[in-house]
Design a binder for this molecule. Sequence first.
Ligand code: EPS
Length: 391
Amino acid sequence: MLRFSTAGESHGESLVALVSGLPAGVPVDQTFLDHELWRRQQGYGRGGRMRIEKDTAHILSGVRHGKTIGSPIAMTLANRDWKNWEEILPVESGDPEKHKAVASPRPGHADLAGALKYNFPDARYILERASARESAARVACGAIAKMLLRSLGIEVASHVTCVGTAELSREVTFAEIAALAQREEVLLACVDPESEARMKAEVDIALRTGDTIGGVFEVVVHSLPPGVGTHVNWDERLDGLLAQAVMSLQAVKAVELGRGVTAARTAGSKVHDAIAYEGTGEGFTKFSREANNAGGLEGGISNGEDLVVRGYLKPISTLRRPLASVSFETREVTKAAYERSDVCVVPAAGVAAEAMVALTVARCVIEKFGGDSLHELERNYKGYCEQIKSF
Ligand code: EPS
């Protein structure tokens, strides 16, 4: 089974990523990996920290001569900011005078619930792990999953469909979304310049007023055959796995599959995607759909259409003009703590969500097609594709 985990704190020495369960023989492209990490660092509305960091993944194990060898892949991503925190957050007991307390919890952050739960006198250690810095390690794991999917012709991409109240105003193609990954300036990762200008204006207002802003990203998986995931057990359904994977990202408060939200307010005759048998032969089967409101998922199984997963991001909870809070020490009403932060991270969250979706789909692909080597997995995959083509 494909598994991954991460370790590391925002201002610790390094992030750590561990991926296991990949077949041997998957080509690993370090340039692609680092480009994915670069993409996550970009976006209009990012804060000062991203000018300090330059994320790269240092692969320690599981890859030899440019290919996976079947054993766990361990990676480290150095935090450049560590040099400013070595004395504040040492592994050893260090000098308590140098401790930098997060003295009043930020509404919306894990600060208060975490400090209560772990019995910490302030929220420093909670912030350190709850921080979205952790998502860099997920992106490193996700890049490896994407390399496996790419070997099978399956692609994963994301774009931003909304920032604050500014929404993407037109339909877009997968090719347009995929092309965003090659942009030199990510800006707001929106394919439509007019919509992107409106999104930028929303970020500018937040920047000016000491506020923060959320939005919506959409991840699309292209060329995934029907039959990945299953309806038979609740915890094997691909829709449920995707929802959990994306919901687990920092600041995500809702996940939508296909037109899930508007479907609840629309008649069934207008929601479900009528089936025809007139495909051009280019698809996985000759069955075709007039629309993709289901977002490529029916009954927890991929149906051959593009998989569409949307994540709704709340505004970052660290505000330059902080909300009311209470001092951990005195219990008196005060302002919530403020530390340098971002104003808008919707494009970055989209990249992190691509990683989570890629890891989830790769896990189900490996479960379905098995194989200890990519060669074996590809053979099983091709055999299945032939089977459904002649269904
Ligand atoms: C974050 C606070 C900021 C963000 C950070 C998430 O970091 P710092 O406190 O060092 O300025 O930049 O995100 C990242 C470091 C990242 O790599 O995405 C927080 O408190 O959640």
